[in-house]
Design a protein around this ligand. Structure first.
Ligand code: DP6
Length: 334
């Protein structure tokens, strides 16, 4: 039976994707830039088995929820169409990190799934095609395909994919993710994307983004940490300002979307204080309570010392990363 196994890292957006231009095609309203997180990964194996009557999906050793299983089956349909087959698949997926903490397991998950499923089906797709296909499973998954730092463009012709800006060894940044007890996310990223245009600040955010993208792109190419850090931190706050001022039709009791927890805010304040004291670190946040701390490698040890003082109070856990590789095959036999 054709089988393949792939590994992919989640990615951290330095310029965020927030809002969709086309919901069915998962086309973003804006371009975004990310870096793969080497310290977290998803390992997925796909076996095409003509004895199966339906796709089977296990995540971390347990059957997936019907909702996730359906999302994966729909994704496998794209690969079946391309490969010209109707055979069903057995998918086993393992995350090295907890879900529901603010690291997108869907990004690493759909990147690894796309590569493993396509390869096992006999398709030999280039990075651009894999990225474009991964996008159909989860928008940000397209950025987990290339190595290192990636930029995802809103191509108006519908073929929207991420390309590599620079590989992982261009810049050994330190990224420390601080996460707290997993909590079910009240509002999914999908709902967040749909609600975004209802914020009075959404258009303003979009208008500022071309300058933000240019600044982040340049600061990565020139390894200008101070500019990257402050721009990425303000950019994350811009997304959260939009989220907090969005209206979510299905949740009329909510005045806005709040992804932060008290622990997140405690660390936001701690970062400002540490920076004032001379420790050059910046934060960014995705759609969850985890906070990602960016620094140069020389500041990692002093930052870990500073974190040691506050983490027991917050019950926080750490994931240590540097810029990671893109999705890759681990083993296959056909
Ligand atoms: C805040 O639609 O890619 O992380 O719901 O997990 O598929 P899933 O997420 P997705 O949205 C990601 C939103 C974000 C910003 C970003 O990664 O650019």
């Amino acid at each position: 039976m054709p089988v393949a196994t792939a590994l992919a890292h989640p990615n951290l957006a330095l310029v965020k994707y927030w809002g969709q231009r086309d919901v069915a095609l998962q086309l973003p309203m804006n371009d975004s830039i990310s870096v793969n997180l080497s310290g977290a990964s998803t390992l997925t194996s796909v076996t095409w088995d003509d004895a199966l009557e339906s796709d089977q999906l296990e995540i971390n050793g347990a059957p997936a929820t019907p909702q996730t299983a359906l999302r994966v089956s729909r994704h496998l349909d794209h690969i079946r169409t391309l490969a010209g087959t109707k055979v069903r698949a057995r998918v086993l997926s393992q995350n090295s990190f907890p879900s529901g903490i603010g690291i997108a397991s869907s990004a690493s998950g759909f990147a690894a799934l796309t590569l493993a499923a396509a390869h096992a089906a006999g398709l030999r797709l280039d990075s651009r095609t894999l990225s474009s296909m991964a996008r159909m499973g989860s928008g940000s998954a397209c950025r987990s395909i290339p190595d290192g730092f990636a930029e995802w463009s809103t191509s108006p012709d519908g073929d929207s994919y991420a390309h590599q800006l620079v590989p992982q060894d261009h810049w050994e940044l330190s990224i420390i993710t601080v996460h707290f007890s997993p909590q079910p996310k009240a509002i999914s990223s999908l709902e967040g994307h749909r609600a975004a245009p209802s914020s009075p600040f959404f258009e303003t955010r979009l208008q500022h983004l071309s300058l933000t993208l240019e600044t982040v792109r340049r600061s990565i190419l020139e390894r200008d940490f101070r500019t990257l850090g402050m721009t990425a931190e303000r950019e994350a706050l811009s997304l959260h300002s939009v989220a907090m001022s969005s209206q979510v039709p299905d949740h009329p009791h909510l005045s806005g979307i709040y992804y932060w927890q008290p622990e997140t805010l405690a660390l936001i304040h701690a970062v400002q204080k540490w920076r004032a004291e001379g420790l050059e670190i910046y934060f960014t946040l995705d759609a969850g309570p985890a906070i990602h701390l960016l620094s140069e490698m020389s500041s990692r040890t002093p930052l870990l010392d500073a974190l040691n003082d506050v983490l027991p109070l917050l019950d926080g856990k750490l994931i240590l990363s540097t810029p990671g590789k893109g999705a890759r095959l681990i083993a296959d036999s056909e």
